[in-house]
Design a protein around this ligand. Structure first.
Ligand code: FES
Length: 120
């Protein structure tokens, strides 16, 4: 499996949500548009996780400003548009207008201090 470097492990703290922009050929998934793709990346229970930064409710970006995400008092990701709440284990909506819908998972590989996108 090949991969593309995303960030160093020490720059992705437990519970932190970060935004990354990548070009779509970097991804191992088919995305229905061309051009850069925005991701939300976090670390949950030690595991680096990534999803498309696209809310399943109305397809809007989850963040309120570049690299700034809203969280609730349980550190779950909250969409800034209509308040859908996503748990950080599977990216599933647990509250709000798209209940039980999931963010699109992007597969990551973490080894030797680096977090990378799986590209095939
Ligand atoms: S677009 Fe995210 S909750 Fe509506």
């Amino acid at each position: 499996m090949s991969s593309k470097f995303l960030c160093t492990s020490d720059t992705l703290a437990e519970g932190q949500y970060r935004e990354f922009r990548v070009s779509d050929p970097d991804l191992a998934i088919t995305v229905c548009h061309e051009g850069p793709i925005d991701l939300v990346v976090t670390r949950h229970q030690g595991m680096a996780k990534a999803w498309l930064n696209v809310c399943p409710h109305q397809g809007r970006s989850l963040n309120i400003a570049p690299d700034r995400f809203i969280t609730d008092d349980e550190n779950r990701l909250v969409c800034c548009v209509h308040g859908a709440v996503f748990e950080p284990s599977q990216g599933r909506c647990v509250s709000g207008p798209c209940l039980n819908a999931c963010l699109k998972t992007i597969h990551l590989i973490e080894s030797e201090g680096s977090v990378a996108l799986a590209t095939d």
